[in-house]
Design a protein around this ligand. Structure first.
Ligand SMILES: [Zn+2]
Length: 323
């Protein structure tokens, strides 16, 4: 099985690679994504597409199974566990590329978390990246392309995995959880990252946090409500998540003013509609700014209580000023 198979198969990155498989492949690819865990399943999907008996990455045939079980000798996967990749490992790779593929056609190398290569290891790889033997294709995967030498990057064809749209994330999470509310929250709060969505969906606290944010918006209406809310400590357990959810909801208040279809948290549409009467579009926009400021302060280790208190005061102020 390949996780998020349907979404990956429809992704632009996969379609681009599939096109290359049909026409002509580069010597080396750099697969990038902000969601780093998505890169390994994408690579496996591509490997299946290359070796599949029906050329469809069917996941059913013998060749696809060999890849899924990690036993195709022509598909060599490095650094599945995200560790520093030292020059010794690259030396071995560089030596082994010269052996002909067992299948007689192609041999794929995949270096996951390629940013974990030391500078020395990256330098060692350069020549092979530039001119691998016939039939060898290298794939590097990373969420941090900036950590790679320019000379490494320039030798690869870069294929970015873009963020997935709301509906795709919703469908994939629904397939895992069969729960509309969880899928909706995960899709709304994951910025198109499937593995972030999966983590959100598997964390009961996130659903709790979501409810806490809506409660806060319902109950904190004037400055005297603020200390009571802070005292309840409802936002203290997962403050960064609390602020993320608050941003998403304010964003939806703003979006619903433009077009209802842009609202991500569709499962709480009524609440969003009610909040619209409290937050003018200008107020919602400025409050998002205020929440972002609070997020930045949290990272500077300012006390959680102080950050929340100031944020809530400012939000009330903005709401009042932008009525
Ligand atoms: Zn197959």
């Amino acid at each position: 099985m390949i996780e998020f198979y349907d979404a990956l198969k429809k992704s632009k990155a996969y379609r681009l690679l599939q096109n290359d498989i049909k026409n002509s492949m580069a010597h080396a690819y750099l697969l990038t994504a902000t969601d780093e865990e998505i890169i390994f399943p994408l690579f496996r999907l591509v490997a299946c597409r290359i070796f599949c008996e029906t050329q469809s990455a069917c996941l059913e045939c013998r060749e696809c199974h060999k890849i899924l079980d990690g036993v195709n000798p022509d598909v060599i996967e490095l650094n599945a566990e995200k560790q520093t990749i030292k020059v010794g490992a690259i030396n071995e790779l560089v030596d082994s590329v010269h052996y002909s593929p067992v299948s007689g056609v192609l041999k794929l190398y995949f270096i996951n978390y390629a940013d974990c290569m030391t500078g020395e290891a990256q330098n060692k790889l350069l020549k092979t990246l530039e001119e691998p033997p016939e039939g060898v294709i290298l794939f590097l995967g990373t969420a941090k392309p900036a950590a790679l030498l320019d000379t490494v990057k320039s030798r690869c064809r870069t294929v970015p995995v873009e963020a997935f749209d709301y509906q795709t994330v919703y469908d994939e999470i629904y397939a895992l959880t069969s729960d509309e509310k969880t899928s909706s929250i995960a899709a709304a709060c994951s910025e198109g990252k499937l593995y972030v969505a999966k983590k959100i969906a598997s964390s009961p606290e996130y659903v709790e946090t979501f409810t806490a944010v809506l409660d806060m918006l319902d109950t904190v209406k004037k400055s005297s409500d603020i200390s009571e809310f802070i005292g309840s400590k409802k936002a203290e357990k997962n403050t960064p998540e609390f602020l993320d959810v608050l941003s998403v909801i304010l964003r939806d208040v703003l979006a619903s003013d433009i077009n209802d279809r842009l609202v991500l948290t569709a499962h709480v549409k009524d609440k969003i509609e009610r909040l619209k009467s409290e937050f003018s579009p200008m107020a919602a926009a400025q409050c998002i700014f205020v929440v972002n400021e609070a997020k930045a302060k949290l990272k500077l280790n300012v006390s959680v209580q102080v950050v929340l208190e100031r944020m809530l005061f400012k939000m009330l102020e903005v709401k009042y000023r932008c009525r």
